[in-house]
Design a protein around this ligand. Structure first.
Ligand code: SF4
Length: 679
């Protein structure tokens, strides 16, 4: 079973802040209490009980001189007044986002607006907000509650920070029908929204969801309902003990999310329990997921600080940053101060220096860090380890990998293409470097079956991303395909082909297939037929006698039938005819060999070359008068002939056996005399 944690899960910034304040308070002198549970989570409550901080339900339970911690939900102003009047110490951990809701309702009240709060009337946050409304507010927990309300002239609407946004706007819609002027403040916290959004996204990938959080935690309950509504089997547990192993039978992927009041240690416990059902490899994924989750949380914090219209929250972020050292998975900037072959030292500020081992430096293997970076370079690094003893282990590779994955994700979502180089051949396909390692299944290399994948190695192509899953541990996160691109390219080539091909052109093609009646020639996008009769001027018994598959050749376009998409080709047209060759080869006076191929009353025809016959007139057959040619020559007889004339235009060659014999005799006499002279 594979386990994935939602990218946003667990403690939100407001709860983290309250937790921090309570921890600091636990170390300060005096007796301290929380008014109600610090967060809706029993484990957190127990944790602080052990540190001496107990929850009370009201101020009467607290003796004089003690201190009270106001939790992130906030309280009504009269509670603060009573506490102050009694001389109690106060530590206010109200989430700044909740404080902002208090400010909004105070302004609305001052401006004379009636107020509706969308929320659970018994939730402490809503009770607190009500206290700041000056008695002009009503609470609506669902649409049906609106029926009980009167009509309003001027109405301001706010929401409990942990409610569902869709439901909030449904309530706003209904309220607009009973109100004149209306002012709407969407006070739902983005931390809640992010947790809901990432949980819903995760629901699409998993067979089962575990929602971790306290029974009375509003945002955990909302998360649980949202997940359940997707149709995915969903369970809510307070901690690891609530997990039933039978739930996971037949489950291949399980998701985990957690409410904003659920501490990391409980999420980890749940994760550990679930990983008992996984293989070791999956455990590694869980850790990585945790890093990513932390990183995402860090991003959330950064994004939050950028929300210009939310100064309060930005102040809180800044405040929290002061007492937080970077944690595992955080991405920070640093300056390189030393480069060795096998490691790089980086100044990460605050008089701290971290180490990037060579293996964590680059996405592509490098032999020495010196080949890759230099002193003074400013780089972004991910923290792998930041121990109290000062050991800081960093990774540049993981930041680069994240950026590459971000880019690839965008390419995937937009349906664009990415360029990559084939690095290796593995069972079932090819390994492609697209910044990270991608897998190209064999069936997606071309638009048809590819027998030999070797020829693709080290070649660069464009690819479509057909699968992208940055959390995947088994197999590749990026699955590629060329099939669609190859098809499109071929289609384009075909279109270009038919737009441009014309009768009379000479084209270069490749012999694709040889059949008895000719050969199909690939002209780059489409095939034409080269009929056996168009192969040569000479008779060709079988096309394979002159062509072989894969051979490149030039062909002449004899005809184009656009309607039937047929092209007829000729090779013969581009070859010299035997007569053209004969004209170049033979000259008057030459004595050559030939074969008598036909006998006529007026002489004998002699084949000099296939397709080239000359005539020996009867008067040129012998030195004496010949009655009939058959008297001196016969068919298939080999003869020596002298070329008397060559008429290229009329394709006629005049020959003489008599002259050839005379010349030979003359030559014999001359050779004899020459030999006598030498002796
Ligand atoms: S959920 Fe939002 S509003 Fe509530 S405590 Fe967390 S950060 Fe604050």
């Amino acid at each position: 079973m594979h386990t994935v944690i939602a990218s946003h899960a667990g403690f939100c910034a407001g709860v983290k802040r309250a937790f921090k304040i309570a921890e600091e308070t636990a170390n300060s002198p005096g007796r301290w209490y929380t008014l109600g549970q610090l967060v809706h989570n029993e484990s957190v409550i127990d944790y602080f009980r052990q540190k001496g901080i107990n929850p009370v339900n009201n101020l009467d339970e607290i003796t004089e001189g003690a201190g009270i911690i106001i939790r992130s939900h906030g309280v009504a102003p009269d509670i603060i007044s009573i506490a102050k009047n009694r001389g109690l110490n106060i530590k206010d951990a109200t989430c700044p986002r909740v404080n902002r809701v208090h400010e909004i309702v105070q302004t609305l009240e001052a401006e004379g607006y009636d107020i509706v709060i969308f929320g659970d009337p018994e939730h402490p946050e809503v009770e607190g907000i009500l206290g700041w409304c000056g008695g002009r507010a009503s609470v609506v927990s669902e649409i049906n509650d609106i029926m009980k309300l009167k009509a309003y002239d001027r109405l301001g609407i706010v929401s409990q920070t942990t409610k569902d946004e869709k439901e909030f706007f449904q309530v706003v819609n209904s309220l607009s029908e009973i109100a004149g002027e209306i002012k709407v403040f969407n006070t739902i916290c983005s931390a809640t929204q992010r947790r809901q959004k990432s949980a819903l996204e995760l629901c699409r990938e998993v067979d089962l969801m575990i929602v971790v959080g306290g029974e009375y935690s509003s945002n955990t309950t909302t998360l649980f309902k949202e997940c359940l509504n997707t149709g995915v089997r969903t369970y809510q547990v307070q901690d690891a003990a609530g997990i039933n192993p039978q739930w996971f039978e037949g489950v291949s992927t399980a998701g985990i999310t957690a409410g904003a009041s659920t501490p990391d240690w409980i999420i980890k416990e749940v994760l550990c329990r679930m990983t008992e059902y996984e293989e070791k490899e999956i455990q590694a994924q869980a850790q990585e997921q945790e890093v990513e989750s932390q990183e995402q949380e860090s991003n959330v914090q950064e994004q939050s600080s950028e929300e210009a219209n939310d100064e309060l929250f930005a102040r809180m972020e800044a405040e929290m940053a002061e007492y937080e050292t970077p944690g595992r998975g955080d991405v920070i900037k640093g300056t390189i101060v030393q480069v060795l072959d096998d490691e790089v030292m980086v100044d990460v500020g605050g008089k701290s220096e971290g180490i990037i081992p060579l293996r964590e430096l680059s996405l592509t293997p490098v032999d020495s860090a010196k080949d890759f970076v230099q002193v003074g370079d400013e780089i972004e690094v991910m923290i792998l380890k930041w121990d109290d003893d000062g050991t800081i282990l960093l990774s540049k590779k993981r930041v680069d990998s994240k950026k590459v994955l971000d880019d690839l994700e965008e390419v995937f979502e937009k349906g664009e293409t990415v360029r990559g180089t084939v690095k290796d051949i593995v069972k079932g396909g090819l390994i492609v470097d697209v910044g990270v390692v991608g897998f190209l299944p064999a069936s997606h290399v071309e638009d048809g079956y590819v027998k030999n994948l070797d020829e693709y190695k080290d070649k660069t192509y464009d690819f479509k991303i057909i699968e992208f899953n940055r959390n995947k541990r088994r197999g590749s996160q990026v699955v590629l395909s060329r099939r669609e691109l190859v098809l499109a390219e071929k289609q384009q080539q075909k279109q270009d082909f038919w737009n441009n091909i014309e009768e009379g052109q000479t084209r270069t093609g490749k012999v694709k297939r040889i059949v008895d009646y000719g050969a199909f020639i690939d002209l780059g996008g489409y095939e034409g037929l080269l009929h056996v009769s168009e192969l040569d001027h000479k008779r060709v018994e079988h096309p394979a006698d002159v062509l072989h598959e894969g051979e490149e050749l030039e062909v002449y376009v004899l005809g184009v039938d656009l309607e039937k998409e047929r092209v007829s080709l000729s090779r013969k047209k581009l070859l010299k005819s035997p007569w053209e060759i004969a004209v170049e080869t033979y000259s008057e006076g030459d004595i050559v060999d030939g074969i008598i191929v036909r006998i006529a009353p007026f002489g004998a025809f002699v084949e000099l070359d296939p397709g080239v016959d000359g005539l020996v007139h009867i008067s040129q057959l012998a030195d004496y008068r010949v009655e009939k040619p058959e008297d001196v020559v016969s068919v298939n007889q080999q003869v020596k002939v002298k070329i008397l004339s060559v008429d290229a235009k009329e394709k006629r060659i005049g020959l003489s056996i008599r002259e050839a014999q005379r010349d030979e005799e003359q030559q014999g006499v001359e050779d004899y005399i020459a030999q006598q002279d030498q002796e």
